[in-house]
Design a protein around this ligand. Structure first.
Ligand SMILES: Nc1ncnc2c1ncn2[C@@H]1O[C@H](COP(=O)(O)OP(=O)(O)OP(=O)(O)O)[C@@H](O)[C@H]1O
Ligand SMILES: [Mg+2]
Length: 242
């Protein structure tokens, strides 16, 4: 993935969540965004996914220049797979319906095509036995894996995750993280916000550290974890398990 962000500002009333944010990366397959709570990570992800618009500044992501035009954003959103921390699935729909409905309603698949696509994905990730269950009958980890399968169903070459495991216990977390690693191995680009520093170390090609609305560090995973220079980052890492 290529990303070029210049002078990005996002204000919520009196709060400036992103403050003259700059970032340029090229040819990276997995980018992990880390940093202290309230720093602006989720805000950045929502802007990258086209779910919110910036107050000012520019975002270029792969061949897209994200613009503040509702019609353009609606098209853009269709092709970006996003998975959030929790509550990703519609509670009254089965796993199958959660995956097939967007394909039918938004992407114009026939019911048969959508079902076939869904079953292929569930089989691949060993989730077939859950096909007819509603989310309340699934564990948190199973729900998140269904949500990832749904994001993947649109054939997005780029998947975005905002702390997909923070609502899960360690065992369920590893199932979800393994699935993300598997996707990366298969060539899907990953853009992920996480507090799982051990996972970041394993999965990230590149790390961006965000604090107070700015990118304080933008480095390869090796550089970030093994040779951090910034005092703020050294302190942050000293509190993690890395
Ligand atoms: N919808 C909103 N309305 C008002 N303020 C917001 C909104 N969303 C975020 N903020 C503020 O913007 C700042 C950045 O928030 P953001 O959610 O991006 O942080 P974060 O880095 O994802 O934090 P965390 O690690 O806790 O998830 C915070 O001060 C937050 O209170
Ligand atoms: Mg957040």
């Amino acid at each position: 993935m290529n990303l070029k962000i210049t002078g990005l500002v996002k204000e919520y009333e009196i709060q400036r969540a992103l403050d003259d944010f700059h970032l340029k990366i090229e040819n990276i397959s997995s980018l992990v965004i880390v940093g202290p709570s309230g720093g602006g990570k989720s805000t950045l992800l929502r802007l990258l996914a086209g779910l919110e618009v910036a107050t000012s500044g520019d975002i270029h992501i792969n061949d897209n220049h994200i613009i503040n035009d509702e019609k353009w954003l609606k098209e853009y959103r269709k092709n970006v797979g996003v998975v959030f921390q929790a509550y990703n699935l519609f509670p009254h729909w089965t796993a199958m319906e959660n995956i097939t409905m967007p394909l039918i309603k938004v992407h114009g698949y026939s019911k048969e095509e959508a079902s076939e696509k869904c079953l292929t994905l569930l089989r691949k990730f060993d989730l077939l036995e859950h096909v007819d269950k509603i989310p309340a009958k699934l564990s948190g980890g199973q729900q998140q894996r269904i949500a990832i399968a749904r994001a993947l169903a649109i054939n997005s070459e780029l998947l975005m995750f905002d702390e997909p495991t923070s609502a899960l216990d360690p065992q369920l977390t590893s199932g979800v993280l393994d699935m993300i690693l598997e996707l990366k191995k298969e060539g899907t680009d990953i853009l992920m916000v996480t507090h799982e520093m051990a996972f970041a170390k394993k999965a990230a090609d590149h790390i961006v550290f965000i604090d107070e609305g700015k990118a304080l560090e933008n480095a390869s995973a090796d550089q970030f974890f093994n040779h951090p220079k910034n005092e703020r980052i050294i302190e942050f890492l000293s509190h993690s398990n890395c």
